[in-house]
Design a protein around this ligand. Structure first.
Ligand code: SAM
Ligand code: GLN
Length: 284
């Protein structure tokens, strides 16, 4: 005899709570295994799971009990209103990064008269930035890069799934895009200093790719590379938009005002009031 939906749900919730883990994920696992939306689940709580559903349910709950983020367990995360496939080769896209795109679109609207802007996303991971930009600004000509083949495979599937026409290039930072000049460059590079690992959540540390998170030189390594290499790659006008660590505002601001003395460089706070973005507007 298999479990009823509410029995499986209650048992999973208490097991997760006993371990101090988030039990809110149980609902999403149930939606996933039964293929029912939340409303249908609520009205069908007394229904029996099939054997297959029950097996799948407990396999997923076991992964949650190991501390794996629900996004990896179910293979998906919502970003800017769209579903992106994720797996352990890519960072789970964060809400702060939605703010990077929002701020970039606002500035692109003011900066360019021509809509066919060329845009590159450096270190695309799941493809979240490049794909969202292309969906929100369909005339853009978009390139996305990453040093990780495995990440690019995920990004390509997301582009296909979401119908975004994007060129993908594998390589180190600006190396794959140095053959041309760009109107817009966006990047959320790794920016966490190694010493910060101690204060990070267990599940981020254990499951998210370290290559996507950590950077040398107190987390500033990739901003230094960008400040060094981008001046020769930008059109006029142009926009650079970067996600930054909340303590990195002054340092990254200085790197970019030194690299682009005539540009308007601003650090912008995220919705939690922390320095999180840097925009650099380069004029004629
Ligand atoms: N853009 C995605 C997002 O915002 O969700 C992923 C950002 S993640 C913080 C940084 C990405 O940069 C990872 O996908 C990682 O593989 C990539 N990366 C790390 N080192 C790199 C390098 N030297 N050149 C290019 N990409 C790199
Ligand atoms: N925002 C991510 C975190 O806090 C880090 C992203 C990054 O290093 N670019 O885990």
């Amino acid at each position: 005899m298999t479990e009823r939906i509410f029995e499986a749900r209650n048992r999973a919730i208490s097991l997760l709570e006993e371990k101090g883990l988030d039990s809110g994920a149980v609902r999403f696992v149930l939606e996933y295994v039964t293929n029912k939306n939340h409303a249908a689940l609520l009205s069908d709580l007394r229904e029996q799971l099939t054997e297959e559903q029950q097996k799948l349910f407990w396999r997923k709950i076991d992964e949650l009990l190991d501390g794996k983020p629900v996004q990896y367990v179910l293979g998906t995360e919502s970003f800017y209103g769209r579903q992106f496939e994720v797996n352990e080769n890519v960072l789970i896209p964060r809400p702060e990064t939605e703010e990077l795109i929002y701020g970039a679109l606002e500035r692109v609207r003011n900066l360019f008269t021509n809509k066919n802007v060329t845009m590159a996303d450096i270190g695309t991971g799941s493809g979240a930035i490049a794909i969202t930009f292309k969906k929100e600004w369909p005339e853009a000509i978009v390139t996305a890069t990453d040093i990780s083949k495995e990440a690019l495979a995920v990004a390509k599937r997301n582009a296909e799934q979401l119908g975004a026409d994007i060129t993908f290039e594998e390589g180190d930072m600006t190396a794959p895009i140095k053959h041309s000049n760009w109107d817009v460059i966006l990047s959320n590079p790794p920016y966490i200093a190694r010493v910060e690992a101690e204060s990070m959540s267990e599940s981020v540390l254990a499951f998210e790719p370290h290559r996507a998170l950590f950077a040398e030189e107190e987390g500033l390594f990739f901003y230094k590379k960008l400040a060094e290499n981008l001046p020769k790659l930008m059109n006029k006008p142009a926009l650079i938009g970067l996600e930054i660590g909340y303590q990195q505002g002054p340092a990254v601001h200085k790197l970019f005002t030194d690299a682009f003395p005539n540009a308007k460089v601003e650090t912008v706070k995220d919705i939690n009031g922390k320095n999180r973005l840097l925009f650099c507007e380069i004029y004629e």
